[in-house]
Ligand binder design. Sequence first.
Ligand code: KIV
Ligand code: NA
Length: 258
Amino acid sequence: ALEKAAALKARVKTPGNPISALTAYDYPTARLLDEAGIDLLLVGDSLGMVVLGYPDTTHVTMEHMLHHVAAAARGCKKALLLGDLPIHSYTTPEEAVRNARRLVEAGAEAVKLEGGIRQAEKVRAITEDGIPVVGHLGMLPQRVKEEGGYKKKGKTEEQVAALLEGALALQEAGIDALVLESVIPSVARKLSEQLEVPTIGIGCGNGNTHGEIAVITDLLGSYPWFVPPFATPRAAHGQSTSEAALAYQKAIKPFGEE
Ligand code: KIV
Ligand code: NA
């Protein structure tokens, strides 16, 4: 696990070979993505929305995460399996370490948590415990209620300064990579230039980070009720599910018919 995380970190030096990352929450999806050669699989707390049907990620618990990390881990061999620490699971460094260990026992090889400067101490505690950490800056879904929605980050000088300060603090605390979510493209690019760890973007425009991450349901078109504006669906699983269900229903013979 440590070697995989070190290899991820080293990808900052091979910009021509960008990091591919997708979320996976179950065994078959993890296995398919792993066999397809995706570099990193994230058991994201986005599962709260796209798997469990909650309105946002603030309802996700450690129990939810452990259940899905274990399932995805059974299907993941080559990719780095990253697990999200959910909201309220890392309020102190001690709690962060305890819950990071639980994710690792369930099969995660690294953990991710949201936030900058205020999380640096927790990141340090987890990395000193021997567990690789990935940071997450920009739009922070666990704070969506305080923020009043999903908004772009890096629009003001103040936000740009906070992003850079946070990123440097996380880097100093030992992260192996940094997810940037919904950061203004030019700012994501600038941050990526200034860091020694690779950045993995979502909603930051293509080519402004050292890799890309997407939520698997956005890629597959399997959660049609909410599609973020930056998503690029490459399949229509929602539609094919409905069509298959309809075809199945139509093919059921009335009782007694040959
Ligand atoms: O939970 C998640 O899917 C994430 C990605 C958006 C990075 O954290
Ligand atoms: Na997440």
